[in-house]
Structure formats: C-alpha cells, structure tokens
Write a protein that binds this ligand. Structure first.
Ligand SMILES: [Zn+2]
Length: 278
C-alpha cells in the first residue's frame, strides 16, 4: 500500500490512481492527522515497510532483524489503517487480501481488531510457474511494464517459509486460522466455500444460514494479481498449465527444494478429495 500506492501512485483496482481513490484518500488523511508531524508519519511508514517485507517474521520469534520499536510502530500503523477503513465502510467486514504472513503476525494479538485468517496454499511447482509468466501490470498507468519474473530457487525457498508460517501463526492467532488448499478449492469450490462460511459463522462474522451475496466487482486493492482489474465475474477453474509448461529442470529443482512440505500438501489434497466425496 505505501510503496506502490502512496509513493508511486499506482492504480487502485477501482480504476483510480491511489491518491484519487476515495477510500485510500480518506485513509491516508485520517492516519496522517494522528501523527504530530509529516516526519513522524513518514517514519511510521518506513517502519511498516520494513516489517511487512520480512516474509519470515512469524518464523523468527527472535525477530533478530527487527527492533521492538519498529515492530510497535508498524503494528500501530496497521491498526490505524484498519480503523480508518472501518470508519469509511461503516463497520462492514473488511476482506484484506495481503499475502504475506507478516500481516497476520502484526494483526493477530490485537484486541481492537476482530480478525480471522485464511491461509491459501498452492502446489510449489504451480507457484514457481506462475512467477515465470510474463504479465502486464495494469496498475502502472504512466508506462508499459510487466510483472517481475522470479528465479525458481528463490520462489521455492520462500514457498517453504510461507508453508511453515501458519504452523506458528496458528497459536499466535489463537487458532483463528483456516487453511485452504488451492487445488481443493478449484476442484470443489462449493464445498470449500461452505467450509469458509462455517468458519466465519463460528466466529460470529456471519449470521448462521445467512445467504452469501456476490461481491461487488469494484473493490479497492492496491498491488496484486492483474486479474483484480477484471470487471466480469470470474469463473473458478483449476489452472494446472504448469504440468505441461514448467521445464523438467525447474520442476525437479522445485520438488527437491520443497520436498517435505510438497508431499504433505499433496497428501492433504488427496485427503480433502476423499473427505468431500463422502
Ligand atoms: Zn480504490
């Protein structure tokens, strides 16, 4: 939000540049007003960026690279974002699609924010292939730019960290975390959606037996998959192009580097399939 939105003024998924989006404009001004000076406000953003870029934060309880003071400032700013969005949306449920577990680590201990966490996991080979795809970045509105492709080893190692993080986060979030496997969701979307619905109901986020309405196609997402700019409802389908397109070498490298967790993931998908077939 701060780097791509606040500093670079990239497009929000609603179609407006960040500083012209009604939601983000409100949020920035509301938060800015809570800091005494612009310098303090910018310092808080710096702390926030430092912490959320630390992908393995939940794994490193020792937090060797992050000072307590930085962590405190980052947490304070994240809470301020939630409070401002809450005010703008009149207390509606906020769906935050932030991907790294550092956000959950920062948010979980709060008694001010009533939060639940959903961990979406996908086969490491599919994730590696996804990072090799060349895609336009529609949010860069002043020039043509593609998403940065990433090296197989780096994606695979990061995938391991992200796979492990929820194990520690599970206790840290007071068990308010649900794991969803991408492949199970794509093949059985109704069953998984019902599972998520039950999870929300059990924590009083939804009334029992309430109907799920289709989300408005316009929402306010800064940074992420270009698909968020599509206005048409998305059809859920399994994307397993990697099975044909990922090179033999990258496939084997990924399997080698992610072996224990990948095997665990595959077994869980098989178990999901058996459970949902019953
Ligand atoms: Zn917007």
């Amino acid at each position: 939000m701060w780097e791509r939105g606040f500093r670079q003024n990239q497009l929000c998924s609603c179609g407006a540049p960040f500083h012209e989006c009604l939601l983000w404009k409100f949020v920035v001004e509301r938060i800015r007003g809570t800091y005494g000076t612009e310098h303090l406000f910018l310092e808080a953003i710096r702390s926030y960026d430092q912490v959320v870029s630390c992908y393995f934060l939940p794994l490193m309880q020792v937090r060797y690279s992050v000072k307590d003071e930085t962590l405190f400032e980052a947490r304070k700013l994240l809470h301020a974002i939630y409070e401002a969005v809450d005010e703008f949306t009149n207390g509606r449920v906020i769906l935050d699609s932030s991907k790294t577990s550092a956000f959950a680590y920062l948010l979980a201990p709060s008694s001010n924010v009533n939060s639940l966490f959903l961990h979406l996991i996908r086969d490491s080979r599919a994730v590696v292939f996804s990072h090799q795809r060349v895609k336009r970045r529609p949010e860069i509105h002043w020039t043509e730019e593609n998403m940065v492709t990433r090296r197989t080893r780096s994606v695979a190692i990061n995938w391991n960290l992200q796979y492990l993080a929820p194990v520690l986060l599970y206790r840290h979030t007071h068990k308010r975390l649900l794991k969803v496997r991408y492949e199970t969701f794509a093949s059985q979307p109704t069953a998984v959606t019902n599972e998520i619905k039950r999870f929300l109901e059990s924590h009083a986020f939804l009334e029992p037996d309430s109907s799920c309405k289709t989300l408005s196609p316009i929402y306010h997402s800064v940074s992420g998959n270009p698909i968020r700019f599509d206005r048409e409802p998305q059809k859920i389908r399994l994307d397993d192009e990697w099975r044909q397109m990922l090179s033999y070498r990258d496939r084997r490298t990924t399997e080698l580097l992610t072996a224990p967790f990948l095997l665990h993931h595959i077994r869980r998908i098989e178990k999901d399939a058996r459970g949902m077939d019953k």
